[in-house]
Ligand binder design. Structure first.
Ligand code: SF4
Length: 316
């Protein structure tokens, strides 16, 4: 499978079948916390990639192969709305199955009428918003060209008014940046303008593109600082919890499943064990083969080992 990966255990979506429709690290942003490293192709230009039939074929195969898929999620190694065929693909998948379709997006292209139209058939849209001031937007997300955060926030609010599905907004908090007393009031204002159905607070739990992008205090998702941000935002947010559900594993070709997952985010032995239905000891054996073959690289972050795909394209 080239475009479809998983099902992977997801913090919010249970078992999520991923659909990845843009080339590796093609994005409008170059976020300092990005778990895939620095952006290789920073662009705002949408284009059609010649892959509709292949993506549909792979989704159909996965639907026949796996017992449990809770969501089908456009996500992966870049910004999915940069593929101008995303609307067609959502419609094609909706014809195949009643499993809900989700789009994970950085939200920066939702001010465009054609993107709003493309996403209208998705069941859930999950945009992120890491800044509500231009200065913070540039420091955390390093956007393409002169993109303005005001345009992004207005676009999210306009989309929410016309959209029939659910919007779950994610805020990634970075220590010493958007968690400051100066930054939080502008978030509150932006949230009241956008009116998402849910808000999730996250922090830098996986290895970031820039070492100075640090998680909020406590180094865990229930740290005091996360809770104080949550209560400042009127407790209307959930702090994202790690996925704890047991699974017997569904992957058929385990090595391929590990590599495909690691292409989209750095994975831990726990992630791998869940996907392939193995113990962590056996997951470590599988990973050691992939490390030896040069497919994966190992990195220690906050005391935990993460395994990333070794991309062939050099990073900028
Ligand atoms: S975190 Fe998402 S939006 Fe930010 S650079 Fe990485 S892929 Fe793009």
């Amino acid at each position: 499978m080239h475009y479809v990966y998983g099902p992977v255990p997801s913090r919010r979506l249970g078992f999520s079948l991923g659909v990845d429709i843009v080339p590796y690290k093609t994005c409008i942003l170059d976020s300092i916390y990005c778990q895939l490293g620095r952006t290789l192709r920073k662009t705002i230009r949408r284009k059609s990639y010649p892959q509709i039939d292949a993506v549909c074929r792979e989704v159909r195969e996965a639907l026949g192969a796996y017992e449990r898929i809770d969501y089908i999620t456009f996500s992966g190694s870049g910004e999915p709305t940069l593929n101008s065929d995303i609307g067609v693909l959502i419609n094609e998948i909706k014809k195949m199955t009643s499993i809900p379709v989700v789009v994970v997006t950085n939200g920066t292209s939702l001010f465009r009428e054609e993107v709003q139209k493309d996403l209208e058939k998705a069941d859930i849209v999950m945009p992120s918003l890491d800044a509500a001031s231009q200065e913070m937007f540039e420091r955390i997300n390093r956007p393409y060209g002169s993109l303005k955060i005001g345009t992004v926030i207005d676009g999210l609010a306009t989309f929410k008014r016309r959209y029939q599905g659910k919007m779950w907004l994610e805020i990634m908090l970075v220590q010493g940046l958007n968690d400051s007393p100066n930054a939080l009031p502008s978030f509150k204002k932006a949230i009241s303008q956008i009116r998402p159905d849910k808000i999730y607070l996250n922090t830098v739990v996986r290895p970031p593109a820039e070492a100075y992008a640090k998680p909020l205090s406590g180094d865990n998702l229930s740290g005091d600082k996360m809770m104080s941000v949550r209560s400042y935002l009127d407790g209307q947010c959930d702090v994202i919890a790690e996925f704890h559900e047991h699974t017997d594993g569904q992957a058929k070709n385990v090595e391929e499943a590990i590599v495909e997952m690691a292409k989209r985010r750095p994975v831990t032995l726990r992630d791998i064990a869940r996907v392939v239905g193995a113990s962590e000891v056996n997951a470590e054996k599988l990973v050691s083969t992939l490390l030896e073959s040069g497919m994966l690289a190992e990195r220690l972050y906050k005391g935990e080992k993460y395994f990333s795909y070794l991309a062939k394209t050099p990073r900028t």
